[in-house]
Design a binder for this molecule. Structure first.
Ligand SMILES: [Zn+2]
Length: 480
């Protein structure tokens, strides 16, 4: 029997607000443990939460970008559970009346697009963190850091529309890129700004009814998410093939052993004893404000990709790479506009610039060459002033010294040689110095043409105009 997996993802994204969701404490990451706390986020008796308007704005921004309905009235609720990193004994979240419902995230796998439906997006507060390692008495004690307690989160819940681990990976990638474009989350999975749980079940192919779902917790790395899902799908299939039944539970993936293990039996919503948060009024979001937020939305990654293909004639692959971050796309478009040749600009940004950024382990925001300077360099190539190989040398020097391309070319005498008489002299010298290959060429071994091209380039220190040598060399070898 053939089986098919059904996957839905729950993504928690920390919002990039300056302060926490219900108090004025900073959200800054990396401060000493418990430095970012106050009576509100420590859960002292008698304190009252005050909602951070910016957190609501960011959640609405995301909701609008993925086509959710923004509900004019939503309600915070208490989700009750005890955990050492949750001093109040409850988390303020949203339950039956979330802020955003519906919408979809478009993913792309193998060049094909698919809409992954969303159930809801709601606001909630993050919990603190238990620390079990690396502290002075970690051998016998656990520690609690409440800096994270009260940091605003949105939980983005997808429909079970994902049909493979690859689609789950693509969904997470698209969502992360979108959140970065919107400027509402830094997308840093290592620091926990973006966290992912998955609901996964398998069923006989073609069957409508869903199988028993397993919750996979903390899939907090792009590297592991596909492997974890693949393992879990195979585990469930094996159980069903042997005629067994999958038992509903929450499981953890261990990247070292590559297997998932049961954490606890899955809790149901009623285990949390949700009830409306008595310390907060219902959240009323006025239409006028929603319209203002909508008007401030940036161009979204897929729209931008399509525009680069349409307006600049770029291949889809180029457009995909160039729109992977908003900053890279901005850089590229500035270069293309100033250079006047979008495809050459794309080749340079995707080639030399990305190669160099990778080598230096930095991002486009750390690129020492301004878009206009790169465009100047590209124009020197397009006008025939310098050759491609020389341009790469100039680029290296621009990166190192931040000097302008014209100045480097002038100072080092790198101007391309297009003068036919001068190039003919170089060609004749090369032919005279290599009688062996010349005889081979004349005997019909035309592959030696490339050898001669290389020798002439070498003789001119890479400054010869390749198109001109090619023409002159062709004529010379014909015996003219
Ligand atoms: Zn606080």
């Amino acid at each position: 029997m053939e089986f098919e997996p059904v996957i839905g993802l729950e993504v928690h994204a920390q919002l990039l607000t300056e302060s926490k969701i219900f108090c004025g404490c900073t959200t800054k990451f990396g401060n000493p443990p418990n430095a970012n706390t106050c009576p509100v986020c420590l859960g002292m008796p008698g304190v009252l939460p005050v909602l951070n308007k910016r957190a609501v704005e960011y959640a609405v921004r995301v909701g609008l970008a993925v086509g959710c309905e923004i509900r004019p009235r939503s309600l915070f609720a208490r989700k009750n559970y005890f955990y050492p990193d949750l001093p109040k004994g409850y988390q303020i979240s949203m339950y039956d009346q979330p802020l955003c419902v519906g919408g979809a995230v478009t993913i792309e796998t193998d060049g094909k697009r698919k809409r992954i439906g969303l159930t809801r997006i709601h606001l909630e507060e993050d919990a603190g963190k238990s620390i079990h390692e690396g502290m002075p008495e970690s051998a016998t004690k656990s520690y609690v850091d409440l800096n994270r307690a009260g940091v605003p989160l949105i939980e983005i819940v997808s429909e079970p529309d994902l049909a493979s681990p690859e689609e789950a990976h693509a969904y997470l990638t698209s969502l992360r890129t979108l959140l970065l474009y919107l400027g509402v989350c830094d997308g840093n999975m290592e620091e926990g700004s973006l966290r992912c749980d998955a609901n996964v079940s398998v069923r006989p192919a073609g069957q409508q009814k869903l199988g028993t779902k397993i919750e996979l917790k903390n899939l907090n790395s792009f590297r592991f998410i596909q492997r974890a899902l693949q393992y879990e799908i195979e585990r469930q299939e094996a159980i069903l093939r042997e005629g067994g039944a999958v038992v509903q539970d929450s499981r953890l993936y261990n990247p070292d052993s590559g297997v998932t293990t049961s954490m606890r039996s899955k809790e149901e919503a009623h285990d949390y004893r949700y009830f409306p948060e008595p310390d907060l009024l219902p959240l009323i979001v006025e239409e006028k404000w929603v319209d203002e937020i909508r008007a401030g939305l940036p161009e979204l990654p897929l729209q931008r990709k399509d525009r680069l293909v349409r307006d600049y004639g770029l291949p889809a692959y180029d457009a995909d790479v160039l729109t992977s971050t908003k900053e890279l796309a901005d850089y590229y478009e500035a270069v293309a506009a100033a250079a006047g040749n979008p495809k050459t600009a794309s080749n340079w940004v995707m080639g030399e610039v990305l190669r160099k950024l990778k080598e230096e382990k930095t991002e486009i925001t750390g690129c020492p060459i301004a878009p206009r300077s790169l465009a100047d360099l590209i124009r020197l190539i397009l006008s025939g002033t310098i050759s491609g190989p020389i341009a790469k040398e100039v680029f290296e020097e621009m990166w190192r010294t931040r000097a302008a391309s014209e100045a480097i070319v002038k100072e080092r005498g790198l101007t391309q040689i297009s003068d036919e008489a001068e190039l003919l002299r170089a060609i004749d010298q090369v032919l005279a110095a290599n009688p062996g290959p010349l005889a081979q060429y004349r005997a019909g071994k035309t592959a030696t043409f490339g050898f001669f091209m290389g020798q002439v380039m070498k003789a001119t220190q890479g400054k010869a105009n390749p198109a001109v040598i090619q023409k002159l060399l062709t004529d010379r070898l014909k015996g003219s």
